[in-house]
Design a protein around this ligand. Sequence first.
Ligand code: AHR
Length: 499
Amino acid sequence: MDYKKAKTTFHKDFTVAHTDDRLYGSFLENLGRAVYTGIYDPGHPTADDEGFRQDVIKLIKDIRVPVVRYPGGNFVSGYNWEDGVGPKENRPRRTELAWSTIETNQFGLNEFIRWCRKAGTDPMMAVNLGTRGPEEARNLVEYCNHPGGAYYSDLRISHGVKDPHNIKLWCLGNEMDGPWQIGHKTAEEYGRTALETAKVMKWVDPTIELVACGSSNLNMPTFASWEATVLEHTYSHADYLSLHQYYNNTAQNTPDFMACTVAMDEFIRNVVSICDYVKAKTKSKKTINLSFDEWNVWYHSNEQDKKLPRWTIAPHQLEDIYNLEDAVLVGSMLITLLRHCDRVKIACLAQLVNVIAPIMTAEGGGVVRQTIYYPYLHASNYGRGTVLNGIVDSPKYDSKNYTDVPMLDCTAVLSDDEQELTLFAVNRSEDTPLLWQPVLHGFEGYKVLEHISLEGPDRYAVNTLEDPERVVPMKKAVDAKAEEFMLSPLSWNVIRLVK
Ligand code: AHR
């Protein structure tokens, strides 16, 4: 088969930055079956005494998820956190307006924190700035983080939780620029509310970090001016600005789909510029970094979701079944985040279980790793350390919406002990193999340990409960001294070198 050649030059001293572990975060919303019959299924054979599925926790631990955003998402903009604490029999059932379901509140704040501890992750808590404001947010911080001796901390203690949760990372609402959001706001309205909320939250606990809402996606009509206005209000109290982005291949145009990360790259660069513009304008010494706290592929479930009846409990909502090409794009999104790890400190794959997720469960039954689980697994396990700034020389292609798209997308991460260098690479081409030569300066004596690849003859192949291992990583034959690697068409590649 004909192939093309690509080359990338890496130098040990030419670095981007050290990764923040929170780059490998995820997201659980009280939506669909993410919580109920996802992580929480009291009747399940693997459930522990609190109803947490151990088979699901095992898969989550394997991907080493450092932080999980909760409880939304759109859900949070109509949520009363008080509904989800205290005796379960007293908790109200509510109509949930973001997703037109019934929320039973049988899983709430304290259950989530206990689940986090068991899953080896930290919470990233969002406050409701849709229907609520500073008052409820500061009460929530007191409930979670104040040791005791005041109303809300004592309420927590009365609920059987003596020690404070000490939640460090908080989101100031969710997607407040979106007309679909409960309590949608203009940038001025949100900026003012976010600032006043941030002030009282930090007055309760000055050690917390806050994420202000950026645009819901790159195509929002208010993109850029929203970021600038919100930051002009909140610069003194916010620590991060959020980005959200989902991609789809509804048009079944794979070259165009694979090129989406060119736009993601530009999105990040633009938001960095806006943050630094406001830094200059406000004459601040502080740098605002980015929290890319919703990112993924999302479209497979759109049509079936339109047919769902309203007001049911834990329906099969947003249950995208991911194929091979989705996994390759997710790999490319991870590479994009890594290449920007000097400014992207937090990122959340949206979401974690059942809802547009790498892990799917059957109620009372099995669990399956979707295709997108694998690039997440590899990047989270091998992509922590110092990211190198590679100079890429790759053949390019044009697609419907993009020009000059490099066939090769890649990066490299050196582990802290410098014993391991991992190269991550995607071949975006749907039909042409790529012979890749990573030219490594400063890595004399490193040997190739393995070349892992996610690839296959059918780009639409998926993993299901019935056939859970149709798309799994393979190990390619490789020589320890190899200097060139063949990247199959539409493939995600992990090449590990050790000293
Ligand atoms: O992740 C699904 C939804 O996507 C979230 O609730 C919302 O924030 C975004 O629009």
